[in-house]
Write a protein that binds this ligand. Sequence first.
Ligand code: DQQ
Length: 491
Amino acid sequence: LPSFADERTSFHFQPERNWMNDPNGPMFYKGYYHFFYQYNPDAAVWGNITWGHSVSTDLIHWHHLELALVPDQWYDVEGVWSGSATILPDGKPVILYTGIGHTDFRDPTTAWLESDGLWRIAIGAKEGTTGLALVYKTSDFLNWTLQRSFLHQIAGTGMWECVDFYPVSLTGTNGLDTSKVQGNQLVKHVLKASLGSNKHDYYTIGTYSTDLKTFVADDPTRDVGLGLRYDYGKFYASKTFYDPAQERRILWGWANESDSQLDDIKKGWASVQTIPRTLVLDHHTGSNLLQWPISELDSLRGDKVVKQDILLDGGAMLKVDGASGAQLDIEVTFKYPDVQTLDVPLEQKECVCSQGGAAQRGVFGPFGLLVLAADDLVEQTAVYFYLTLRPNGKWMTTVCSDQSRSSLAKGIDRTVYGTSINIAPTENFLSLRLIVDHSIVETFVQQGIACITSRVYPTLAVERDAHVLLFNNGSESIAMHTLEIWQMSNA
Ligand code: DQQ
């Protein structure tokens, strides 16, 4: 039987016990980062929802404080649900949250100030099966006027939970304050909704019209709920905030458990928050965001193993000596095969991560890393690339995170997650960064173009018995260029 102590993370945000879900009201105030979260103070399952509260000076080391908001008013007796913080120009914070009553009206955003001197917030809702974001305006955060037009709506997407709406710079890599809505030639806007129907966070990039007060996606085929996700694994109800101390926008996301509710009750806790990520517009494409773990995480990096230029023949499986452990930060690059000069039969079927996972045998792939792998590989979590041809003759690069063999324990979700990514013809390398912390593996692909978060529960592959391997299950060789693995300290 697993020892539940091995499953608690060592440097991810977790309360000391009990249930946690959405990140709420993150903000930087008087020199401290404040983090609130949906919290059940009484049990390891959802219910009795309050706002837990912790503070930090680096977003990695946290002090847990007393509960910030509890159901003690007529308007929140059913629970203190999700919301956001806004720092006013005089430095005073305002927190808006959902005192639950109506079911399809909740989760106010951070407010933004427009040139007419009024603040605006967006709130998620639905009409029939159309998901949408309402806008309210106010001068004092007490009296509110509903705007006639919706900020945005998409048919068939259902209730929009935890809407987020913020500007990103078209010219620089600094984050922008949420009120930076003017000067549309210099900013794009990101609109995110968490879809209750499938528990995924979808975003889209577009333009906010300060005249019409509505948002239009740049690419309607990739509008909210139709295209991009922040993360292709377990990641939900996320929220960003602007960090004025380091002029960056930071994303928090909730990673639920993949084990059973009974397991959570036995553990006495459920859920972690992913490592906070900086968010910027990808200036190469202009059409997606790049996400990367905040640089403060690097302060936990300790002993390091480096390997270079290893050719992985078809079928290769290579243990990385000196890199065992359940708390690791891993960066690896592979040389992208020179696809112009290939003389092997090319695979034309699309790689679907969930069909066969890392055990498939292809031409180029699956190849990548095994982490949290037991001696005899009876437990292993695989993160890998798979290259196939699209019908139009262009290469398709798929990246997957396979937890199907991650644990001998029963009753665990074993879905294989993944997505395809666009690799520009000029890119010669494929890269992965993996953050491994006992029961969570966060993967960042190609400098953050895509992310995949998995929850895993190894029973044998724990502590020093958790190994890292390079593998290539394809028939063609793959050149590993550089591999760096750091042991990570506890936060
Ligand atoms: N969780 C909160 C709601 C929100 C949902 C309740 C999203 O406010 O819509 O705990 O996970």
